[in-house]
Design a protein around this ligand. Structure first.
Ligand code: ZN
Ligand code: FE
Ligand code: FE
Length: 295
């Protein structure tokens, strides 16, 4: 079955209920959200009444709540220990984020492994693994951390399957780690997504395909190996419609939730309802951007 959705907002006032309503307005059957703004760590307490209302709404809909995902904020950085305050803060915040997911009933938390900021990939990997070991021993929640494949911007760690595998190898509770693929990031970091089955074979050999729990399905503004991390609307970038649609409908990834993190048009028009419709139709719509603007 196809599980398709996008990232949606999670506001202080409406919380999960607002996220569900937004996802439904895009005809999505899964979604992803940040528990507050992606760029900062201001978070308000979870309101269980809103959660219950949201779950009731989900029950009446096509949304599969077991496929709904939280994304940790970007400023968590477990890869660098030089600024020890940031490192400890990141661990503390990640721990709280796991608690929030557990309270909401969410099982998957996507995390950027981090940026080493000069200390090198090896040290970065060690720092990440050490932090994850600490975080995962301080709680026993049924929440899995999904390490995202990164574009290679700046000093990002986790840009190759080998690096991600090394992190997993050094973490004791491996059963609490999974992977979130990002199609834009994969291409940016140098992977050829034209032959996705070959890429999956490669991933399977190194990490194991069963570790993939989510996919960010983004087009890219840049050609392969650009290391820029600039997402583009579905079918309108360098990856192209056919490549992306083949990934969405790849049999080996059938039950994995696909999440759009494509850009708003002119910074104000959400493209997701239109992109989801086009994905369901499996046919490229050249006029899609105009339709999004005229919604
Ligand atoms: Zn991400
Ligand atoms: Fe992503
Ligand atoms: Fe990205």
């Amino acid at each position: 079955m196809l599980y398709i959705g996008s990232h949606v907002s999670f506001t202080k006032e409406k919380q999960l209920l607002g996220s569900v309503e937004e996802a439904l307005s895009y005809n999505a059957n899964t979604f992803m959200f940040y528990t507050g703004a992606p760029q900062n760590t201001n978070r308000s307490p979870i309101n269980d009444f809103l959660t219950i209302e949201a779950l009731n709404k989900i029950k009446e809909s096509d949304i599969d709540f077991s496929k709904v995902i939280v994304h940790a904020p970007y400023i968590i950085n477990l890869a660098n220990k030089e600024k020890i305050d940031n490192y400890s803060f990141s661990m503390r915040f990640l721990t709280e984020e796991i608690e929030r997911c557990a309270q909401l009933g969410i099982r998957y938390l996507v995390l950027h492994p981090g940026s080493h900021v000069g200390v090198g990939v090896e040290v970065g990997i060690n720092n990440i693994a050490e932090a994850l070991n600490k975080v995962l021993t301080t709680n026993n929640q049924d929440v899995m951390i999904l390490l995202e494949t990164m574009a290679g911007k700046g000093s990002e760690v986790g840009t190759t399957f080998e690096e991600l595998k090394e992190i997993i190898d050094r973490v004791d509770k491996k059963e609490r780690l999974g992977i979130c693929l990002d199609t834009c990031h994969l291409s940016d970091s140098g992977y050829d997504i034209n032959n996705f089955d070959q890429l999956l074979d490669n991933f399977d050999k190194i990490i194991g395909i069963e570790k993939i729990k989510a996919i960010h399905i983004n087009d890219s503004k840049n050609p392969k190996n650009a290391k820029k991390d600039r997402h583009e609307n579905f079918g309108f970038g360098e990856l192209g419609f056919n490549n992306l649609i083949n990934i969405v409908y790849n049999k080996r990834l059938e039950d994995i939730p696909k999440i759009l993190e494509t850009p708003y048009l002119d910074h104000k028009f959400a493209p997701y309802k239109f992109e989801i419709e086009m994905i369901k139709n499996k046919e490229f719509d050249e006029k899609l951007l105009e339709k999004i603007r005229n919604q």
